[in-house]
Design a protein. Structure first.
Length: 392
């Protein structure tokens, strides 16, 4: 053999050098036939798919192709354009990955590795995956690692949550809910029933429901109304009764973006999202002894206790200077000088108290802080309740 030569052809996928010659991205490269020593070397320091052809010349100058080598140099990680949730239930989350690699291509095996937090859940060639065995209404951090044929990897994370609801029973305290994921939520509230007097029932609490788009990190304050006991009005605005057999009104249930009993939010009404009115307390006799139902657009009225409306508290029979009148967030409390007077239910506007015998009026509900809202009178017995549901 008199001499050995080689050529290199291909298209550069990045800046670098080929056998000492500088090249740039997308440049078509053709290194002309170059002599090299036997067992000599050259370097390829630019990404791309390259064809190297070696030639041998004998002493007579005859040229033969001794060998051809095609290889890919790839130092760039694959591109992950998206890693998204496509569906969810209370125990599963489905995800989809969109990824590409412009040099060597994605790996033909072990392409996608799916993680839940730091735990590897699956290694597969599929660009979709379902996480299972998850807890309802819980936030999870998920991750995918994508590999190309050269072994380069990229990763992308996603924080999302499972579907489900969180329920809030009566506690007598302010409860909170912090939004983990921006989305549309269904808010449901039930007001508390007024206190029963023997065979006469307190008015049942109202129900309100509506949708609200909430941003991650937002804190909601949930105040669930109580049904009260004896003459005492229920938590969150139930009015007190008076006399031996005057019974208290039930408290309202509301959800707001500001903490506090409903009556304390009079100057912050824009923070109130939704309210269900409490029922009026039971009276002692007559066809109107059952307390007025909680609202609803308006609370239920009795012959002496008016239901609260969207703009004012319910009428109280023989309201005097020692009464606590109904108003925003509070049912009327009967004066201690009255006998057997029932208190009004709490609500957006509370119900009025009775004088003697009939039940108190129910408080009104409110859906002005939600969309697609509706209200129902007299839907809840006992203490109030609230539910927050993530809507898919």
């Amino acid at each position: 053999i008199q001499k050995i030569t080689y050529t290199i052809t291909g298209t550069a996928k990045g800046n670098g050098t080929i056998a000492g010659q500088s090249v740039t991205t997308n440049q078509a490269v053709n290194i002309g036939e170059t002599e090299i020593a036997n067992n000599g070397t050259f370097t390829v320091e630019a990404d791309g798919t390259w064809t190297v052809t070696a030639y041998a010349y004998d002493k007579s100058g005859r040229k033969t192709t001794s060998s051809t080598l095609v290889f890919t140099r790839d130092t760039v990680a694959p591109t992950i354009s998206s890693f998204t949730r496509t569906a969810r239930s209370g125990s599963t989350i489905n995800v989809s990955v969109s990824a590409s690699d412009g040099t060597s291509g994605l790996a033909s095996s072990g392409t996608y590795q799916y993680y839940q937090a730091s735990t590897s859940k699956s290694t597969t060639t599929a660009n979709t995956y379902q996480y299972t065995g998850l807890s309802s209404f819980t936030s999870y951090t998920l991750k995918v690692i994508v590999k190309d044929k050269a072994g380069n990897t990229s990763e992308k994370s996603l924080t999302t949550m499972t579907a489900g609801s969180k329920n809030f029973a009566y506690t007598g305290n302010v409860q909170t809910f912090t939004v983990s994921e921006t989305g549309t939520y269904k808010l449901e509230v039930w007001g508390a029933q007024g206190v029963r007097n023997g065979s006469y029932a307190g008015g049942k609490g109202g129900y309100a429901v509506g949708m609200q788009t909430l941003t991650s990190g937002t804190t909601l304050y949930i105040i669930v109304g109580g049904t009260g006991s004896g003459r005492s009005g229920g938590y969150n605005g139930g009015g007190a009764g008076a006399g031996n057999n005057g019974h208290g009104g039930g408290g309202a249930t509301h959800i707001a973006t500001r903490s506090g009993l409903l009556s304390s939010l009079s100057s912050y009404r824009s923070n109130v999202l939704i309210v269900a009115g409490g029922g009026g307390g039971a009276g002692t006799s007559g066809t109107s002894a059952t307390g007025g139902s909680g609202g609803g657009t308006s609370g239920g009225s009795t012959t002496e206790g008016g239901g609260g409306t969207q703009t004012s508290g319910g009428r109280s029979n023989n309201l005097n200077s020692s009464s606590t009148p109904s108003g925003f967030g509070i049912g009327a409390s009967a004066p201690t000088s009255y006998g057997n007077s029932a208190g009004g239910g709490g609500g957006y506007y509370g119900g009025g108290h009775s004088n003697s015998g009939p039940g108190g009026g129910g408080g009104s509900g409110y859906i002005g802080g939600v969309t697609n809202g509706s209200m129902t009178n007299g839907a809840r017995s006992g203490n109030g309740y609230a539910t927050i549901t993530l809507v898919e």
